[in-house]
Ligand binder design. Sequence first.
Ligand code: SF4
Length: 348
Amino acid sequence: MGSVKSVKIGGLEFGGGAPVRVEGMLKTPLEDLGGCIAELDMLRAAGCELVRAAFPKEELRENLRLLIERSNLPVMADIHFNYKYALTALDCGCGSIRINPGNMGGRGGLMEVLSAAKFLSAVIRIGSNGGSLSAKQLEASGGDRSLALVAAVEEQLIPLMDAGFDDVIISAKSSSVPETVRANSLLAQRYPFPLHVGITEAGPGVDGAIKSAVGLGVLLNQGIGDTMRVSLTGESVMEIDTAYAIQRALGLRQRGVELISCPCCGRKRIDVPELVRKVKSLLPNDLPDGTTVAVMGCEVNGPKEAAAADLGIAGTANGFVVFKKGKTVATGEKQDLERILARVLEGA
Ligand code: SF4
């Protein structure tokens, strides 16, 4: 489903029914150009499709230019408080910028940014964040934070629409799942623009991943959201992996291998967590997207539970059994595991 309107950044379509794009963010400051390039390469290898970089000062112009020149991903510059930085970012070749039209130096500054973006066919992302809602916005919404998020987006969107600028992506994020879901549902009903969705400051590790999965899962499952970023306290690549895991779980996009593993009950014949680690390390990088690999603790239920898996392995009394689509293709003893698995995986 997705938004009615679509935009293009670096030739890649966002919205209008295009696949839900996976965005990443450089956590390395732009001062460290080498570190940014290394991080960008890792994000790209993980499947990132648009990378956001903070551009907080004019002195970093050359680094931004070099980053864009070197990047094989479209870059979105994140600009605050100075419309001149937005002009610089566009001049450096950014295909998209994230701004708050309210702090672009008044109408004059904003109009300059809009005309440069229009001339360069650049996309502008605007949006609200639960952490920066003002007392005035909250009061005007009667304390309803979802409505305040929507109103804050509209405050930014209206000047752009009045100026006839519509290559826009909008977003409303909060660290609260219910607030974010409701705000985005309202925005999707009211506006045709692509929606960038995310749960902001979701937190670390499992908690952050679950919060993101619940919030984004609810939205994406209703066809709301055209581009997503998972926000975790941790490595930026983890955010990309989590975004794809969410899309995989919803059956939206398949990237890489889907690993299925059992929770290990009292019947287990093999150390499943250890085997999962081993299988992961042995999987070739070029397996087709969507290949399913199952790791099951026992042969009683394992092969049947994972009958649909392209490749599976289950523990037995003496070792293990390897199966493809439920059919046994190899058996072995524990000490043969790595050798047999490598042989089977080579032919997978
Ligand atoms: S596959 Fe076997 S060990 Fe794993 S949960 Fe099922 S019955 Fe238990």
